[in-house]
Design a protein around this ligand. Structure first.
Ligand SMILES: Cc1cc2nc3c(=O)[nH]c(=O)nc-3n(C[C@H](O)[C@H](O)[C@H](O)COP(=O)(O)OP(=O)(O)OC[C@H]3O[C@@H](n4cnc5c(N)ncnc54)[C@H](O)[C@@H]3O)c2cc1C
Length: 497
């Protein structure tokens, strides 16, 4: 029992696009919200997002074509109803962002300047130069920062709280203080940074998913990991993602012999789906991105990338950037409906920590800000539509997550890196499983979570999207989602719901 606790209508863990949009919609409707987040709003994947948000906007484009592209990239595993829902909602969602002040780039005639990215059949990416995510975060923060109904809690969560009688999730503990609410929303992002190297902020290690798993939530499609094909990795600098939009606007990949090798691998060449480009890069010698076609535009169109390249000593004369694939986006997560509802009473999951079936086995570029933002809005709408459960503060169970030492996190990162690479095999995955099962921290939620991911990869004896197995490189005819729940074996199901 707690003597002191904080209560609000909604607790949102995470201050990326999903969490902040859920907060924005909730406070607009009069709810009191606590936003619990780690570090800084700059330490979110959203803040890092360069490319933009996809929405079929021009007269030549349609939601149907956006759906077709999404399903093609998803490699048989998209839920068509969910894809239709998000793609049809996309233009309305972008309109909402414009209304709240996101300054998407425009042409001089005041029309929006849409760009193209890998596997999109049309130019449909709304962007703010190459710092779209930063603009979205700063716009949302400007609305929420001093809002009287928002309680900002700048601390990592210690765990989830549940009602000892009903099992309902009733809040979180952060820095030793319980925060109770009728609705607990996880918007904790993906788990790319559990790997030893990734494009993600350092805190995106999957603690939210790990806690949800320990609380009995269903996790799905964990084995699908998207590698971003074009990342510059240089000693002494953090990995620098070179946005797909550069290839969309003319840059192309070459190998040691200066051959444009993507012609060999896919009809869409440099704009093929990310898994195809990542595997191709892995097979070529000295792969580089040739940015010569962007010589006159890169400085103004992609200023963040341009300045980061300058900082690393690149000049416009050296128009070839060495690139390699790096873990970038985790497709699986807590199984949730588009409004964030999970199988655990009182617990919602939105954004990259959730899996709805929208992306399938491989995400189409610029579809994740879209999904995360719409889920944030939908979650708030859902919460508003139901009667709030009164939350007592007696008989509370705590499900805690102890911080791991840096050395143990590094060890975990190495296991993930070696077992779940661009190309895996049964033996490599089994080595990872054995390493985790024999470690003294085996019972820790993050260990259990990574074990679930490895088990999901082990049981998917085929290659599809972001899961490529050298020992079974065929794609099966029937595409099925993987599902794992604490205390149960991995299941394969046709649909999540
Ligand atoms: C470099 C980069 C570029 C990208 N470019 C694009 C793009 O152009 N278009 C696109 O659609 N997608 C892009 N993506 C993917 C996209 O940015 C993410 O999928 C999306 O932003 C996820 O949003 P989110 O709100 O779910 O999570 P995030 O934005 O990652 O936010 C997660 C939040 O959870 C908090 N958190 C995590 N764990 C805890 C904890 N234990 N306790 C408290 N708080 C916690 C974090 O501090 C953070 O506030 C990119 C990703 C990266 C890394």
């Amino acid at each position: 029992m707690y003597n002191n606790f904080m209560a609000s209508d909604v607790i949102i863990v995470g201050a990326g696009i999903a969490g902040l949009l859920c907060a924005y919609e909730s406070v607009q409707a009069g709810l009191n919200v606590s936003i619990v987040y780690q570090d800084d709003v700059e330490q979110t994947s959203t803040y890092y997002a360069q490319g933009g948000i996809a929405a079929a906007w021009s007269h030549q484009d349609s939601a149907l074509q956006h759906m077709t592209d999404t399903v093609m990239a998803g490699d048989g595993l998209c839920d068509n109803d969910v894809v239709q829902d998000f793609c049809e909602q996309a233009p309305e969602f972008v309109r909402k962002l414009i209304e709240i002040g996101v300054p998407f780039d425009k042409h001089t005639d005041n029309t929006y300047r849409l760009t193209q990215e890998g596997a999109h059949s049309h130019s449909r990416i709304f962007h703010v130069k190459d710092h779209t995510g930063t603009s979205i975060i700063m716009t949302l923060v400007s609305h929420l920062k001093h809002h009287p109904r928002v309680n900002w809690v700048n601390h990592s969560i210690d765990g989830l709280l549940s009602c000892a009688t009903t099992g309902r999730i009733i809040g979180v503990r952060a820095n030793g203080t319980p925060f109770l609410a009728s609705h607990t929303v996880l918007a904790t992002g993906g788990f790319s940074n559990i790997f030893s190297r990734s494009t993600n902020p350092k805190k995106n290690i999957g603690e939210g998913m790990a806690l949800a798993f320990m609380a009995g939530a269903r996790l799905g499609d964990l084995e699908f990991i998207q590698f971003h094909p074009t990342v510059l990795c240089e000693p002494g600098f953090p990995p620098l993602l070179i946005s797909e939009a550069l290839r969309g606007e003319g840059a192309f990949l070459v190998n040691k012999n200066n051959d444009r090798f993507m012609k060999k691998y896919h009809d869409l060449e440099d704009l093929a789906p990310r898994d195809v480009v990542s595997r191709a890069i892995n097979q070529e010698q000295e792969p580089k991105l040739n940015i010569a076609p962007l010589m006159t535009t890169i400085e103004t169109r992609f200023p963040t990338i341009f300045n980061a390249l300058k900082l690393r000593g690149f000049s416009l004369d050296s128009f070839e950037i060495p690139v390699q694939p790096l873990v970038h986006y985790t497709l699986g997560g807590i199984v949730a409906k588009p409004n964030g509802k999970t199988n655990c009473d009182g617990l919602y999951a939105i954004g990259e920590c959730a899996v709805t079936g929208f992306h399938g086995a491989n995400r189409l570029a610029s579809n994740s800000l879209l999904e995360a933002g719409i889920m944030g809005q939908r979650c708030a709408e859902h919460i508003l539509s139901i009667k709030a459960e009164p939350v007592g503060h007696q008989g509370i169970n705590e499900l805690l997550i102890q911080p791991l030492d840096q050395s143990i996190l590094h060890w975990l990162g190495d296991v993930a890196h070696h077992s779940l690479g661009v190309i895996r095999s049964k033996d490599i995955i089994l080595n990872g499983i054995r390493a985790i099962e024999t470690h003294e921290c085996y019972g820790h939620p993050l260990f259990q979570f990574l074990l679930s991911t490895l088990q999901s990869a082990f049981h998917r004896d085929e290659s599809r999207g972001g899961h490529f197995r050298s020992d079974c490189n065929e794609t099966k005819d029937d595409a099925r989602h993987s599902l794992i729940q604490k205390g149960h074996e991995v299941l394969h199901v046709d649909r999540f719901f």
